[in-house]
Design a protein around this ligand. Structure first.
Ligand SMILES: NC(=O)c1ccc[n+]([C@@H]2O[C@H](COP(=O)([O-])OP(=O)(O)OC[C@H]3O[C@@H](n4cnc5c(N)ncnc54)[C@H](O)[C@@H]3O)[C@@H](O)[C@H]2O)c1
Length: 377
């Protein structure tokens, strides 16, 4: 790509600024330089330069020279703010995501892995627990078989998707060749920080790094990565193969190109993306847990039975699933973590109901543990 651009306009190897039309990316990068200290900006630019893989220089006669020149540190040649960011992220965005690493094989991880494999990508799922990985493969197999038997996917897609998924407990092995890493580990900031710190070291520099967090700060998670521009929130919904929404969360330093890449990935999985600002609980979780917590408080106060509270919303407001049934599906522990976070960040209206905390302490986590507000086989 760079070789092709070079033939058209070899400005990036030393031509004057005056003859150059401003690429779209530059204005936002210049804004960023305005907001951050200049040295910070250079550091970001240099991270972007390191992200340019040798192959990105293309196959033309100037390819090696151009690639090497672009990979040279910003401080060693004349560049205007934003130039490197423009190149590195374009390469990442225009590049097809072919290999995906999914971290965490729980409720969300196995669904995201299934979606990516069904869309034709090679997927590796990593979990710390070997048994969970085995169970995740079993669930994916069952789900794909069901979709094929209903005629929602071709049998050949079912087979190729299954063949495209492998598993590992080794983080380095899982992410070393990834174009995209989607983290779906528990909703605990210290775990996310630990994981992204390792990803910064182990994942290829061109890889887009996504977190499936329901509520935590994408900006804070991105803070441990040298190039925070490549970190984005990709909030999928449960069950992933069925739910159409993808909430793309733009951290304070997430690049436009990363947002575009996240949207494009969602669309390849058949999702409808929305883009939201990084704010506690984003758009969906904040509203979802507010309703769920109120339903639990009503149960606590003896207003009605779980069935009647759910029926009120299902028939009275045409919700496809009542708030207590939905809390069972999501996981009571997951919802408690979200509420604890929103309580800290946004205030009293998000204080978790005592009943919810007690049920989590008792191991009643919803569907995944066999019991929550309802019992499951
Ligand atoms: N459950 C939902 O409905 C839902 C919906 C949207 C987003 N989310 C978010 O997705 C994330 C995962 O939620 P979940 O419901 O799938 O959780 P889960 O508890 O079902 O699964 C988490 C998995 O991560 C594994 N794990 C723990 N530490 C790990 C590590 N360091 N590396 C790799 N794997 C590790 C655990 O063994 C477990 O299998 C959370 O951030 C949650 O907020 C959940």
């Amino acid at each position: 790509m760079i070789a092709a651009m070079t033939r058209r306009r070899p400005w990036h190897v030393g031509h004057s600024r005056a003859s150059i039309s401003r690429p779209r990316r530059i204005s936002s990068a210049q804004d960023a330089f305005g907001r951050w200290r200049f040295s910070g900006g250079l550091e970001i630019e240099n991270g972007d330069l390191a992200a340019i893989p040798p192959a990105a220089a293309g196959a033309g006669p100037d390819a090696g020279r151009v690639g090497n020149r672009l990979r040279r540190p910003v401080t060693s040649r004349r560049l205007w703010p934003g130039e490197a960011t423009c190149y590195a992220h374009r390469i990442m965005t225009e590049r097809q995501i072919g290999r995906v690493a999914v971290l965490g094989a729980g409720t969300m991880g196995h669904g995201i892995a299934q979606g990516a494999a069904t869309a034709g990508m090679t997927v590796i799922i990593r979990d710390v627990n070997e048994e969970v990985l085995g169970a995740a493969k079993g669930k994916i197999e069952k789900s794909l078989a069901k979709l094929a038997s209903k005629g929602k996917i071709e049998e050949s897609v079912r087979d190729s998707a299954l063949a495209a998924i492998s598993t590992s407990t080794d983080l380095e092995e899982a992410v070393k060749d990834a174009d995209l890493v989607v983290e779906a580990i528990p909703e605990v900031m210290t775990l996310k920080i630990e994981t992204f710190t390792a990803l910064d070291r182990l994942a290829p520099a061109h890889a887009l790094l996504a977190t499936n967090t329901s509520s935590l700060s994408v900006t804070e998670i991105a803070g441990v990565v040298k190039d925070p521009g490549r970190v984005v929130g990709m909030h999928f919904f449960n069950p992933v193969p069925i739910m159409k929404l993808l909430e793309v969360v733009r951290g304070l330093r997430t690049s436009d190109e990363s947002v575009a890449a996240a949207r494009a990935f969602g669309e390849r999985l058949g999702k409808t993306p929305i883009v939201v600002r990084d704010w506690p609980g984003f758009a969906s979780s904040r509203l979802g847990v507010a309703l769920g917590a109120e339903a639990i408080r009503m149960l606590q106060e003896g207003v009605a039975s779980p069935e009647d509270i759910d029926t009120a919303m299902e028939l009275g407001y045409r919700h496809p699933m009542g708030p207590l049934r939905l809390t069972d599906l999501v996981g009571l522990d997951v919802r408690l973590s979200i509420l604890d976070h929103l309580h800290r960040e946004l205030g009293e209206q998000f204080r978790p109901p005592t009943l919810l905390r007690q049920m989590v302490r008792a191991g009643k986590l919803g569907r995944k543990s066999g019991e929550g507000f309802y019992k499951y086989d």
